[in-house]
Design a protein around this ligand. Structure first.
Ligand SMILES: *Cc1c(COP(=O)(O)O)cnc(C)c1O
Length: 417
């Protein structure tokens, strides 16, 4: 459920028409709905019913500080994968002690920054990383709170680029090596072992892989218990999918209930952390864009719009399917089959293919489900300034990121003397 709906054939975000936003802010432009963000966060938070838990929103899905602010105000924690994301959380007012730090390649600087700021836990993905964290913690005269990320070797049945819990992936520690690593960690004076983590992939549309991964992680917890290592925190990562077209992912409530059912059979009383990104913000945003030209091709037509692969790379990168809809449906026009493409000089620059759309030059279209992995993956390719971002809140809207100017793109560059 989201708050993008037609009113008298005009597409609205909550109480604001998208056409009015385009008129004021210009296009291309990302538009997010605050009510949708809040609704989705609540859908993850509520089913725990008093069970000790944290919902640590994955900042990499959409790191705009106003998005983080809205979630922080609802009590969210944050899952980060870089020092830059930690700075974003802090700028948004988020407390570092609600932050978990994931990722395979944490630098010395990033680890030092995170430890100084007092993040809740670091998810460790390899032995050399564990050693590095230990050394830095000792040099700072503190103990780093650590979870080891297990690679449970389960197939999430998603796009290969976003599968992360298979044996051959770069993520996590193979579960057969986990015990030995925990034993090493337990002897390190800069390490405080608190948890265990996993994250098996993104855009999962079934609960079974999550439950299989949880069973494997709990097997490790049991083994550790036998050798005197008692963990208190269980982090199951993110990855719940959303509906882009015909997918039918479980609702957060169903997914969480399935996890709780597994936990009950194992009499597990650990604090549970989830790290949803896409499922919170994906359907809370659209990319608003204007048709520059309709170009008739020999075999099909192209709707050339002012947003491109540099604004939304998911179609080009993962062959992702996004719904594209007319912002104004009142005008009486025939629909035509077209590819929706941008101005970038690549044939991979498409947002959608073979769509029936009733559009003409200067019309607005909205690319739906663009709130996650949209703006954050945008670039300046072809010297294109990045789009503005807007947050709708009831009957008002706020520019939460200004459109870049072309001069800002080369402001850090230098001519030779
Ligand atoms: C990407 C990522 C997430 C969020 O994944 P979604 O599919 O957006 O929910 C959570 N945890 C970790 C460790 C990640 O890398």
């Amino acid at each position: 459920m989201d708050h993008f709906e037609y009113r008298q054939n005009e597409l609205f975000a909550e109480g604001v028409s998208l056409a009015s936003i385009a008129a004021e802010v210009g296009t291309p432009c990302y538009v997010y709905s605050r009510a949708t963000l809040e609704r989705h966060f609540h859908a993850f938070d509520a089913p725990f019913n008093g069970l000790a838990h944290s919902i640590c929103y994955a900042v990499k899905a959409n790191g705009n500080i106003a998005v983080l602010q809205v979630l922080d105000q609802m009590g969210a924690g944050f899952d980060i994968v870089s020092g830059g994301e930690l700075d974003r959380v802090i700028a948004a007012g988020g407390p570092p002690n609600r932050v978990v730090f994931s990722g395979v390649g944490k630098s010395i600087e990033e680890i030092r920054h995170a430890l100084r700021r007092g993040v809740r836990a670091l998810s460790v993905e390899s032995e050399p990383e564990l050693q590095r964290i230990n050394e830095i913690a000792i040099s700072l005269d503190l103990q780093a709170s650590v979870a080891i990320r297990i690679n449970p070797d389960v197939d999430p049945r998603t796009h290969p680029y976003i599968a992360t819990g298979l044996r051959g992936d770069k993520f996590g520690v193979p579960f057969e090596d986990a015990l030995a690593l925990y034993q090493k960690a337990s002897k390190m004076s800069g390490i405080c072992l608190t948890g265990i983590a996993c994250h098996i992939g993104s855009q999962l549309t079934e609960v079974e892989p999550f439950c299989d991964a949880l069973q494997r992680v709990l097997d490790v917890v049991d083994e550790l218990h036998k050798i005197g290592i008692h963990l208190t925190h269980l982090d199951l990562g993110g990855g719940l999918g959303i509906q882009y077209s015909t997918e039918n992912p479980p609702a957060p409530q169903q997914y969480i209930q399935a996890l709780i059912d597994v936990l009950k059979t194992r009499e597990c009383n650990m604090h549970v952390t989830l790290e949803p990104g896409r499922a919170i913000v994906g359907n809370a945003g659209v990319l608003l864009t204007k048709v520059e030209y309709i170009k008739k091709g020999p075999d099909k037509n192209f709707a050339i719009v002012d947003a491109a692969m540099n604004d939304l790379i998911r179609p080009a990168l993962y062959e992702a399917w996004h719904d594209v809809v007319e912002v104004n449906k009142t005008v009486d026009r025939d629909s035509q089959k077209c590819d929706v493409v941008g101005p970038v000089c690549e044939s991979g620059d498409f947002l959608a293919r073979d769509r029936m759309l009733a559009i003409e030059q200067d019309d607005l279209v909205a690319v739906r489900s663009a709130g996650a992995y949209g703006f954050v993956m945008s670039s300046n390719y072809n010297a294109r300034p990045r789009a503005a971002e807007v947050m709708v809140d009831g009957d008002a809207f706020h520019v939460i990121r200004e459109r870049e100017s072309t001069t800002s793109l080369f402001s850090g560059e230098h001519l030779l003397r």
